[in-house]
Design a protein around this ligand. Structure first.
Ligand SMILES: Nc1ncnc2c1ncn2[C@@H]1O[C@H](COP(=O)(O)OP(=O)(O)O)[C@@H](O)[C@H]1O
Ligand SMILES: [Mg+2]
Length: 347
């Protein structure tokens, strides 16, 4: 058995490689961006590639490469069912509606007239989102029909930058208020520079336009709950809102104690992961007026160090296993188990 690992320092692959080395798991480093990647993987049973939604090259072909390898009978992390909806909130809306997952009511329009007509019949506030983006960067509160109309006009006009430039600057200011240290000061300057210098993702991606996406605003949440299920294990963080803001993700103010988590969210995450089926499913939850959990969005990837402080994980029977763990190891264990199971069926 041999794994092909695409290595990008700072991503899951750091830990995948260390784990394989420490446990005598055979692997080779491959280059997914090379034209001969299929050939490079000829002697491998699986590909592990932690591609990021802001990697403008990866998003051009990661899904296509994944599907092609699956057609060949190979395993991939993330596989198609795990990764296709990543950074695509519009795709996630259909998926969760189709599977009956408890999602915040969401609306998408591809026609300006229809969108404007809907605005006349609906209530405010609503939440406006672009289909992509993380850390709350493309998420806005829309207070009234006038503000919504301006967004609709823009969505069917010049569109939006794929990543909101001012949001990074505002987040820099928020971090300065939060941390008041040197790193926070440099963060403000970086955010300021980003207003003028677009990222390579923005330059290559083109503008977001031709659709508009709104969600019901679920008020009175001062945190969100993120549950991540990897195979039969799940873990969680609570993210508190930025001060004076309805948005939690990207605030960097995080709680880890087990008591902070509503186990209904864990159950929903395991169940949806099984339905998809997903190798790695992160769900962000908020709570409605009746205190029932609602999913805001889903992802396959997540930032790495943040979860090192998790105090334990749940198994599928919701038993709690206290102590440190490395989620990236779970991914390799699950993949190896899948490959072994396939080989047993084949023989
Ligand atoms: N419909 C909503 N009602 C109330 N708060 C929301 C809603 N959608 C998102 N939020 C808040 O905004 C944050 C960012 O939204 P999310 O859709 O998760 O975008 P991102 O991909 O940037 O994390 C969430 O962490 C949550 O706190
Ligand atoms: Mg989120």
């Amino acid at each position: 058995m041999k794994l092909g690992i695409h290595h990008t320092p700072g991503t899951f692959s750091d830990r995948w490689i260390a784990y394989c080395q420490a446990n005598g798991i055979t692997f080779k480093i491959v280059d997914c961006y090379a034209t001969d990647i299929i050939k490079q993987l000829e002697d491998c049973d699986a590909l592990c590639w932690h591609w990021h939604h802001a990697d403008e090259k990866a998003v051009l072909f990661a899904r296509q490469l994944t599907y092609s390898l699956e057609a060949q009978g190979k395993k991939v992390f993330p596989d198609s069912a795990t990764g296709w909806h990543f950074d695509d909130k519009v795709g996630q809306k259909y998926l969760m509606e189709a599977l009956g997952a408890p999602m915040v009511p969401s609306y998408v329009f591809y026609d300006k007239k229809e969108a404007l007509e809907w605005l006349d019949t609906t209530t405010f506030p609503k939440v406006f989102k672009l289909r992509g983006g993380a850390g709350s960067s493309n998420v806005k509160l829309v207070k009234d029909a006038g503000a919504a109309r301006r967004l609709v006009n823009r969505a069917f006009g010049r569109g939006f930058a794929a990543r909101d430039r001012f949001s990074r600057f505002n987040d820099g200011i928020w971090r300065f208020k939060r941390d008041k240290n040197f790193a926070a000061v440099t963060g403000i300057f970086k955010g300021l520079a980003r207003i003028f210098i677009p990222t390579s993702f923005e330059k290559m991606h083109g503008r977001e336009k031709g659709y508009v996406y709104f969600q019901e605003f679920i008020k009175a949440n001062n945190y969100d709950t993120r549950i991540i299920a990897i195979g039969r294990k799940a873990f969680a963080i609570r993210r508190y809102n930025r001060k004076g803001d309805f948005r939690a993700s990207g605030s960097g103010v995080i709680g880890y104690e087990k008591e902070l988590f509503d186990e209904r969210c864990v159950r929903i995450t395991f169940d949806l992961a099984a339905q998809l089926p997903s190798q790695s499913l992160a769900l962000d939850f908020i709570f409605d007026e009746k205190n029932d959990p609602l999913i805001v969005e889903m992802s396959y990837g997540f930032s790495i160090q943040v979860y090192d402080n998790c105090t334990g994980y749940w198994d599928q029977d919701l038993n709690w296993h206290a102590g440190p763990f490395v989620p990236q190891h779970f991914m390799i264990d699950d993949l190896m188990a899948e490959i072994t199971a396939d080989k047993m069926i084949a023989t």
